[in-house]
Design a protein around this ligand. Structure first.
Ligand code: FES
Ligand SMILES: [Fe+2]
Length: 353
């Protein structure tokens, strides 16, 4: 796998991470994305279900995401080998009658589609059949499309920024923090399983993380901002920002809200990025960060504590070691043309394959 080329991120194990929006992935073409420090390819199988694998053909390491989808399989752009959603190689066009080596497999992971996202299970346990946890937006409509904003920060730094009330009057003094003058703040925090909620004493507005990477802001009883913090690698993440509303109930008119949010969101997120991108980049930890935290950081501390308890290596992609007795591999070795043998290296080709 690509593991030798890039170290995967530490993650919260045995959780679903939102990794792309459903709308990014059509039926015809695979797409390549970097997620958790790994290059991965997404495509839809013959039933429209999402499949994901390391974006690296086991034959000659071409990027499968440059290929196409053929009968529910991803077809490599280099020599046309096809792979199904389980990672099995289904055809080698140049050798249709030969056995397919068992080692000719993709490393796949468990993914599911729900709430307009594709979610990847981090492992190592089996993914449960239960519905993927999400916020209850019953009676709300999604106003317009997703706004995506790539930023140069580790996703944990971005999450912490969105669990922080005290930055609003300073970073967003000209926008969402305008009604909140600098002054005393009593931040309340509540942790319930994977949910961390923070609010200001006596106020209805709250920030809520649904770990590992979904968040919402209650602006009013009829309006929420929702974000997925999608990890790209050790230094980068992407905001997937949405608005849920029930202010406009006339069908089709919620695009007004969508248009407004799409205009405003980038501006607000860039106010954050200006400050957060300048913090030393990398995953945050509970200890030894060289910071001095204060009571208004309570939600950040709660988040770090929660993450510390479930943190571990990404175990999503199956490792499939090459089997020594693989009959397909022996068949493959017969395809290698023998070079004239120098006396000193007799038999070296056999050993190499
Ligand atoms: S590199 Fe993919 S088929 Fe050859
Ligand atoms: Fe902010």
């Amino acid at each position: 796998m690509t593991r030798s080329e890039a170290a995967p991120l530490q993650v919260i194990q045995n959780r679903w991470y939102a990794v792309i929006a459903s709308s990014e992935l059509g039926a015809e073409r695979p797409i390549g994305r970097r997620r958790f420090g790994i290059d991965v390819v997404f495509w839809r199988d013959g039933d429209g279900r999402v499949a994901v694998a390391a974006d690296r053909c086991p034959h000659r390491r071409a990027k499968l995401s440059l290929g196409r989808v053929k009968k529910g399989c991803v077809e490599c752009p280099f020599h046309g080998f096809t792979f199904d959603s389980e990672g099995a190689c289904r055809s080698i066009p140049a050798h249709p009658d030969r056995p397919i080596p068992r080692a000719m497999r993709l490393e796949t992971a468990t993914v599911r589609e729900a709430h307009g996202y594709v979610w990847l299970w981090t492992g190592p346990a089996q993914a449960p059949d239960d519905p993927i946890p999400f916020f209850d937006f019953e009676g709300f409509s999604r106003a317009g499309s997703e706004h995506t904003e790539p930023v140069e920060v580790h996703y944990t730094l971005a999450i912490e920024n969105q669990l922080d009330f005290a930055h609003l009057p300073f970073v967003h003094a000209s926008t969402i923090g305008r009604s909140m003058p600098p002054g005393p703040m009593n931040v309340r925090t509540e942790v319930d399983g994977d949910r961390i909620r923070a609010w200001l004493d006596g106020e209805d507005t709250f920030l809520e993380l649904l770990g590992p990477n979904i968040w919402r802001l209650r602006i009013s009883a009829s309006l929420y901002q929702q974000i997925a913090f999608v990890p790209v690698d050790e230094r980068r993440m992407i905001y997937y920002a949405r608005t849920y509303q029930r202010v406009v109930t006339v069908p089709g008119l919620d695009w007004v809200f969508g248009a407004f949010q799409r205009a405003v969101n980038p501006f607000i997120l860039r106010q954050d990025s200006r400050v957060v991108e300048a913090i030393p980049n990398g995953e945050t930890r509970l200890r030894d960060m060289g910071e001095v935290l204060v009571p208004s950081d309570a939600a950040i501390i709660a988040y770090r504590r929660w993450r510390e308890a479930g943190r571990g290596p990404l175990a999503a992609f199956s490792d499939r070691p090459v089997e020594a007795e693989d009959p397909g591999l022996i068949a493959t070795s017969t395809l290698v043309r023998r070079a004239p043998e120098p006396a000193s290296a007799a038999g070296s080709l056999d050993e190499a394959v």
